[in-house]
Design a protein around this ligand. Sequence first.
Ligand code: SF4
Length: 636
Amino acid sequence: MLKEWNENIYCNYPFIPSRLKTREVRVGNILIGNGHPIALQSMTSTPTMDTSASVEQCIRIIEAGADIVRLTAQNIREAENLENIRSQLRKAGYETPLVADVHFNPKVAETAAMVVEKIRINPGNFVSNSSGKQVGPILIRDRLEKLLEICKRHHTALRIGVNHGSLSERTLNRFGNTPLGMVESALEYLQICREFDFHQLVFSMKSSHTHIMVQAYRLMVHRMLTEGIVYPLHLGVTEAGDGEDGRIKSAVGIGSLLADGIGDTVRVSLTEDPEKEIPVAKELVAFFDHLKPSDPSTDFPDHGMNPFRFEKRRTVPVANIGGTTPPVVVSDLSHESVDGDILNSLGYTRDSSTNRWTPGDQSPEYLYFGPRIPPFSLPASATGVLDYKKWVEVAHATSYVPLFTLAEYLNSSLKSKTLNLVHLDTTNFDVKVMQKLKAEANVVFVVKGRSWDDLYHTRKCILHMMAHHIDIPVILWYETEPTTEERHILKAAIYFGALLVDGMGDGLWAGMQNAQDVDFLNRMSFGILQATRARITRTEYISCPSCGRTLFNIQETTRDIRNATRHLKGLKIGIMGCIVNGPGEMADADYGYVGSGPGKISLYKGRQLVRRNIPSERAIKELIKIIRDNDDWVDP
Ligand code: SF4
C-alpha cells in the first residue's frame, strides 16, 4: 500500500542534507541511482556521420572524466553509424556507455536501441505524423511499446527527457507550458513503461529557466513518491550559455536540486567544447556526492511554502530592501586601503566637473566598510554600512547605517531611524526575539553562511519566520574560504540560488575570505540574481551547447551577438544551432537566432518566425533591425 505523503514532499527532508533513494538502472557498465555515484555526462557536437571526429571528441570527453557520452541520431543512418563509433571506442579501450539522442522519429530510436546502451527520447516529439504534427496517445503507446520491446531485448536503458520548450500541443492545451505540463508529459510515458513492465528508466525535466526546472524536478519526485517508485533523475539546465553566466545558471539549477538530494546523473550544458562541461559537473557533484541515500521522512514538515510554484517571500520593505523591490547587492569594501577609485570597478562613473558618481546597472546599493570610515564621499545612490561601534561616530550622517550583532542591537539605545542591519544566527534563533524586532519596523536581518549546513539552517529559519508572519527582510550573506574563482562561483551560485529559487532573500552579500576582487564578487552577485530571475540587469543569452545537428559555429556566433547586444538590458536572446529543436528549446526568449540550413539563419520574435533562411553573413544585422523595429533597441 502506498504511503500518504505530505502534499509538499519533494525530497527526504528540507533541513537535513541526504540523498533521495532511487531505483537502480544499468547503463552499460555504469549503475545509476540507488546511491551509486552521480554519473557525469556530456554530449558530442560533431556530426554523428563523421566517425573519426566523433570518436576523437568522445575520447576527449571521457578523458575529462565523463561516465556516459551522448550523441545525436537525427536519422537512421546516424543511428546505424553509432555502431562504428562504438566499436572504434571499444577497440581503443573505452568501455564508456553511449546514449543516442533522438527526436521526431521512433524508428531512429528503435535502430539506435540495438546499438547503444541508452536512448533519450523527448515525449514532446517522440512521434509525429508526416506533416510534423504530434499524434495521439494510441499511436504513442504503439510506438513506445515497440521501442521498449527492443530495449528489453538489448538491455538498453531509456531516458524520458522532457524539455520545457518542446511540450506536445496536447500537453500544452491541457496543462500549459508549466512544470505540471512537463511532469504530466513524463508520467504518460511512465505509465506505458510500467504497464509494459519496463523499469530501466531515467527522467529529466530540463528548462533554461531555473525556477521552472527546479519546480518540475521536485514535482516529478513528488509524483513518483506518491506512485510508490522513484526512478533516477538526470539533471540539467538547457541552453545555460557560456563562461561565468553558463556556470552560474547551471550551478543554480543543478546545485539547488543536488542540495535537495535529488539527482543521479548530471549534464552541464555549456556553449563551449563539450569536454569543458565535465570539470564543472565534477565540481558541482563533489559538493554533494557524499550524501547518504535514505528514504524520505514520514514526518516531512508542512512548512507553508509551495515548493512547486515560485512565490517571493512576503516582506515589509525597510528603506529600499524587501517588499516588491528586487534584491539589493552589498559590496564588501572592509579591507584596508580602499580609495574612491574602487567605485569605478563597481560600475559607478564620476562626472569630473561636478564630482558626482552615477551608478551603472550593476552597481551595488550598499557598501560595507566594517570598522573604518572611508576617506572619500559616497555616491548619492549608495549607502555605507559600518560596524555599529564605528557607526556611532557618524550616527548623524544619513549616508551610513549600522550593522549590529543581535546583542548589540538589543542593548543599544542609539539606533538608525531608517535602517538597522542586524546579524541573525540561524543555528540559534528565537522566534520571540524576532517578533520583538518586527515591531520596531526598521530592522533588516543579515544571515551569515559559510558552509552547506548554513544553507539548511537559513532555509529552516526563514520558513519559521514565514510560519510566524515575521516579515522582516533578509539579506543573504555567504563567504567561502580562499579558493579559485570558478569554485567560488559554483558554491555561491548554489548557496544563494537554492534560497532565491524558493523566493527567499531580499539582498545578496558575497564574500571570499581575504579576497579583494570586489569587481569579480559584484559581477557574480548580479549574475546570480539574473540566473534566478530575481533581478534582471542585462541581456540574457539562451545559447544551445550544440550537437551533431548544429548548423553554424555556436561559440563564435554567441560571442558576436553578445558583442553587438550586451549593452541592452533585460532581453533574452536565444541562439540555437538547428531549426529542428531550436525554436522549441529557446522557450521563453524574446528574440531567436536559429540555424535553418547550411549558411542559413531564421530569426524569431518570441515564438513567431519573422525572417526565414537569410544568409548567415547578414543575420546579426537583421537581428538588430528586428530588435530596433520592436522598440527594444537602444544605442550603445
Ligand atoms: S538546438 Fe539543435 S543544435 Fe542545439 S543542442 Fe539542441 S538539437 Fe543540437
